[in-house]
Design a protein around this ligand. Structure first.
Ligand SMILES: Cc1ncc(COP(=O)(O)O)c(C=O)c1O
Length: 388
């Protein structure tokens, strides 16, 4: 499974392939059935449904799954509460339906939506809350679900980064009304592009199939339930090719091993950077007791933007790729045009300016991790001396 990193260079991310991707691709090509909902799609779907205990529709991306979730939950003029510290698709999916994203601040510890700020942002136009499980660390789901139930609004979990992560033993994406997963190349388990919509409420099922099949009842036609299919609703083509599903199935079969390796590397960073945190110039990720994460991201939040940049450039200089993350949506041009802010964005703005993601993927060895830790250590020690 492991491919070594290019000597001396530590790449930020790299897919972790097994030996089965090529075998399954050959089988798929050999069978000649490359369109959506072929046999590999069916096998992925059964695999995920068995694991998640919910109905799962494979999509060509998490973006597609979010767009479907938006079609299922909102209409023009509605409002959707979400963090600003997230990927554009979280908001764009709802904007495409004419809804307004209402951005609220994140928690300082997990960088997830601050559940204590949600209620104040609810208006009579609110139709959904979108918790984004950043870095595969769960949002506090009980209070979020309680606010949603009290106000009669849907919860769409953006679990793009959360495959094989849990909250109190429940898989991320299975607690809200709907959940979305990503299998994009940047994620732990990959099919190049790829995603899934998790339907936790059977009321969505009939329409979800129609939206995914260009607004038609083609799924029912293929199942022999109708003798012709026709245009019934809005929709688009959200199916992945069966070639994508062939790659995904090979990945799903080794997902536990891939995740275990990432968790080991994550733990090594965490241990190796504990002294840095004690120095007071940076802090490490926080995982609530109830959350079981999947080692998707290891990040540091520095004391200042200056120190973050020093660390980033020091790593880059010795061939270690480390990246900042989201430009907060509320401050991006489209976020200002299509969304609005509820409350202060203090934590979001600060985190965006001071956090750095370190490389983590299955091709890395413990030596690579130690090299990164040493480089970060040199930076914080130098800065601690400056402060002293
Ligand atoms: C939080 C979040 N939501 C949605 C997406 C979109 O995923 P995809 O690239 O599969 O469309 C991403 C991708 O990085 C993400 O991080």
């Amino acid at each position: 499974m492991a491919q070594q990193c290019v000597v001396d260079k530590v790449l930020f991310n790299r897919p972790d392939f097994s030996h089965r991707e090529l075998q399954y691709l050959r089988e798929c090509l050999g069978g000649g059935d490359l369109a959506g909902d072929g046999s590999f799609t069916g096998r992925c779907r059964s695999w995920l449904e068995g694991q998640l205990g919910a109905t799962v529709l494979l999509t060509h991306s998490c973006t597609a799954a979010l767009e479907m979730a938006a079609m299922l939950t909102v209409k023009a003029g509605d409002e959707v509460i979400m963090p600003s510290f997230t990927f554009v698709s979280t908001a764009n999916a709802f904007v495409l339906r004419g809804a307004t994203p209402v951005f609220i601040d994140i928690r300082r510890d997990t960088l997830n939506i601050d559940e204590n700020l949600i209620e104040a942002a609810v208006t009579e136009r609110t139709r959904a809350i979108v918790p984004v499980h950043y870095a595969g660390v769960s949002c506090a789901m009980e209070p979020i679900m309680a606010i949603a139930t009290k106000n009669g609004v849907a919860v769409v979990e953006d679990a793009a980064q959360g495959y094989l992560a849990h909250w109190k033993g429940r898989p991320l994406g299975t607690m809200g009304s709907l959940g979305t997963l990503s299998f994009h190349q940047s994620k732990n388990i990959v099919s190049g592009e790829g995603g899934a919509l998790i339907l936790n409420d059977s009321a969505f099922e009939g329409r979800a199939h129609i939206l995914r099949e260009k607004g038609t009842n083609r799924t029912e036609f293929f199942r022999g339930k109708v003798d012709k299919y026709e245009w019934l609703d809005i929709g688009s083509s959200y199916l992945p090719s069966d070639l994508i599903a062939a790659v995904l199935l090979a990945q799903l079969e080794v997902a536990n091993e891939i995740t275990a390796k990432r968790l080991r590397l994550w733990a090594r960073y965490h241990q190796g950077l504990s002294e840095a945190e004690r120095s007071g110039v940076l802090r490490r990720p926080v995982t609530p007791e109830e959350a079981h994460h999947n080692g998707h991201i290891y990040y540091l939040v520095f004391d200042s933007n200056k120190l973050r940049e020093q660390a980033r450039l020091a790593l880059l200089k010795i061939g270690i790729e480390a990246y900042t993350h989201y430009v907060p949506l509320h401050s991006a041009p489209a976020g200002r045009r299509y969304g609005r802010v509820a409350g202060q964005m203090t934590v979001t703005d600060r985190v965006a300016a001071t956090m750095l993601r370190l490389p983590i993927h299955g091709s890395m060895t413990e030596e690579h991790i130690d090299k990164v830790i040493n480089a970060v250590t040199q930076v914080w020690r130098a800065s601690a001396r400056t402060y002293a």
